[in-house]
Design a protein around this ligand. Sequence first.
Ligand code: IMP
Ligand code: MG
Length: 183
Amino acid sequence: MFENDIEYTLISEEKIKELVSGLCERINRDFFGKETILLIILKGSLIFAADLMRGLDIPITIDFMQASSYGMGSKTSGEIKIKKDMDNDPVDKHIIIVEDIIDSGRTLSLLRENLENRGAASVSICALLSKPDRREVEVRAEYVGTNIPDEFVVGYGLDFAERYRNLPYIGVLKPIVYKSEDE
Ligand code: IMP
Ligand code: MG
């Protein structure tokens, strides 16, 4: 179904499993016995978070937030909107933000600052992917699955124009797909 739109597979299902279990190991060690909120950033982190939480052996609850620095297309708008706030009061909570990918860094730096200002006990960031070449704002991420090159990727929750989230692996989208929508 997607094969015509995907240039190549960047991260296979098997490799994703390895990355996720590596992240779980580190978080389990660092947060041993600690009551923690997994703050899942909608929508792209949905699938990653579902796999990550099942590998965690610590007392977690989950919460959701939706923020975006992107419109429908593949280019950043440079603006952040908090569309949905978390239900919990962050005061005195240990929070791990679960994000699909760090691109410019704007979304996460704003979220971290927001939660710290609201009195969270600690804020950590767990992102499956990071594109260091695209960083515009420095953001400290404690847990990163892997760095990737500056390519637009989809699948495993990541979208282009809300599509491709159900692809089970992470693939590079053919530029023709997003170029045709930009015009
Ligand atoms: P940032 O604020 O620029 O770091 O944007 C992060 C958000 O942009 C992610 O949560 C994604 O929703 C989106 N994003 C960045 N790069 C990609 C990509 O290659 N594919 C799909 N979404 C992306
Ligand atoms: Mg997105």
